[in-house]
Write a protein that binds this ligand. Structure first.
Ligand code: UD1
Ligand code: CA
Length: 452
């Protein structure tokens, strides 16, 4: 087994994004471009941190990705890809093989990299190649009459004839570190861009009879770089299509695969239906037979079996047991736990609250920091006044309680089991179990013609 040092080049400027944010930090599927590459490198070999070469906006990058297990290396001036790689070499053992990746080529797949590192003969120079009828911008692969790779020519240095070559260089290489340590310091920058070209090492390989071994990725999108926001959107859609197809193959119905966005890790059971414009973010687990209505967002959510989420609901940081019915237009915020068969209806907001089996909060309510028992009925317009401007307080409601409509529960407050609260009450004290509690009401009067 070869010992691999992965080096990710990410020091370039990214002018065409027209952004104050480093190109490497623009999001694809909810995650910075560079983080996709770092994660793929980890999946390939989790024992060693990948080496990331940064330069332009490097502080911004390091801060944003400080949670990543990587070795950061600075390239002070961006003098070319070979110069960038050279900065990382002091961190690489002579006995290692080096895998070169790019921070702005986010969708390179684990399968392709595994194939590259396992099938490249130990003493060979391995590289990806691809065929593209739109080769503009890429280095072109030059082969001799026998089909052997003899060099890579950068577009800016290519003759018209060379520009017609459709075999392109994705820039992903795998080779013994000792070759790089020998060849990189010797490179010259006498080319159109006056840069130190990493691509020039192919010529050294040929000179020294090191065989050049090539493989192709499964899809062209794997090797596409992000230089502007149009390319970013293209890769985003490609990635989303792949996610949707993988879910459909596993038994999920997706009403329109072009209108589903997965921005995290999802696990979805059988016979789940996802309607149009569903966004899944973070870690989302959806049990069998759930129905997710249109225009919904589920973020860091676990849904049990048979849950129905109706249109326009947002559920964030919640655990929802089987057979609950949520929405339409519900907002469930972090820390909320619903037991089975709970109903949460339209314009209801729940935050950091536990709701036990079969309770119903169906209309226009806010429940924050609540502990609601079983089979509780919360009437329309019920508000827990959980915040006094300084601290948050709890509202506890016992099993089988009935909260009349338009009630304010000024926390901390406890409502006993089976208690009934009259509509329009403002509770400042606890309400005893099995009793009707109502606060003072104005006398109801009717007048003639507005006079008497
Ligand atoms: C490079 C290849 C080209 C290949 C293409 C694939 C060279 C000379 N050319 O060209 O053959 O088809 O990638 O996308 O290698 N970077 C640094 N420091 C630098 C320069 C670049 O870290 O000084 C990083 C960039 O951030 C980027 C990557 O290296 O992630 C590639 O650099 P870029 O300038 O985009 O190279 P290309 O001209 O596209
Ligand atoms: Ca590029």
């Amino acid at each position: 087994m070869k010992s691999i040092s992965t080096i990710i080049l990410a020091a370039g400027v990214g002018k065409r994004m027209h952004s104050r944010v480093s190109k490497m930090l623009h999001y694809l599927a909810g995650k910075p471009l560079l983080e996709h590459v770092i994660q793929t490198a980890h999946h390939l070999d989790s024992t060693k941190p990948p080496i990331v070469v940064v330069g332009h906006q490097s502080k911004q990058l390091r801060d944003a990705l400080s949670h990543c297990f990587v070795t950061w290396v600075e390239q002070e001036h961006q003098l070319g890809t070979a110069h960038a790689l050279l900065q990382a070499l002091p961190h690489v053992s002579d006995h290692d093989h080096v895998l070169v990746l790019y921070g702005d080529v986010p969708l390179i797949s684990l399968e392709t990299l595994k194939q590259l590192v396992t099938t490249t003969p130990s003493a060979a120079f391995g590289m990806l190649v691809a065929h593209s009828y739109q080769p503009t911008g890429y280095g072109r692969i030059k082969r001799n009459a026998k089909g052997r790779v003899i060099g890579i020519i950068e577009e800016k240095d290519a003759t018209e004839e060379e520009q017609l070559i459709t075999e392109i260089n994705p820039g992903i290489y795998f080779l013994p570190a000792r070759y790089l340590k020998k060849w990189l310091p010797a490179l010259k920058n006498n080319n159109a861009q006056q840069e130190y070209y990493l691509t020039d090492i192919v010529a050294y390989a040929v000179q020294e009879d090191v065989s050049v071994y090539t493989i192709e990725p499964a899809t062209i999108e794997e090797i596409l770089g992000v230089n502007d926001r149009i390319q970013l959107a293209h890769l985003e859609r490609f990635y989303q299509r792949q996610q949707a197809e993988q879910l459909m193959r596993q038994g999920v119905t997706i009403c329109d695969p072009a209108r589903l966005d997965v921005r995290g890790e999802v696990q979805i059971g059988q016979d789940v239906c996802l309607d149009v414009n569903v966004i899944l973010e973070g870690r989302v687990v959806i049990g069998d037979h759930c129905i997710i209505g249109p225009h919904t967002i589920l973020r860091n959510v676990t849904l049990g079996k048979g849950v129905e989420v109706k249109a326009n609901s947002i559920i964030d940081g919640a655990e929802i047991a089987s057979d609950c019915v949520i929405g339409p237009f519900a907002r469930i915020r972090p820390g909320t736990v619903l037991a089975s068969q709970v109903h949460v209806g339209n314009f209801v907001e729940l935050k950091n609250s536990i709701v036990d089996e079969k309770s119903k909060i169906n209309h226009l309510s806010y429940i924050g920091d609540g502990e609601i028992g079983k089979r509780v009925n919360i009437g329309a317009g019920t508000i827990t006044c959980n915040y006094d401007g300084m601290n948050k307080h709890k509202t506890i409601i016992g099993d089988d309680a009935f909260i009349g409509s338009d009630t304010q529960l000024i926390a901390p407050v406890i409502i006993g089991e089976g208690a009934v609260l009259g509509a329009g009450s403002t509770l400042t004290k606890n309400a005893p179990a099995h009793k009707l509690t109502l606060t003072h009401r104005l006398e109801q009067r009717s007048k003639n013609n507005g006079i008497d």
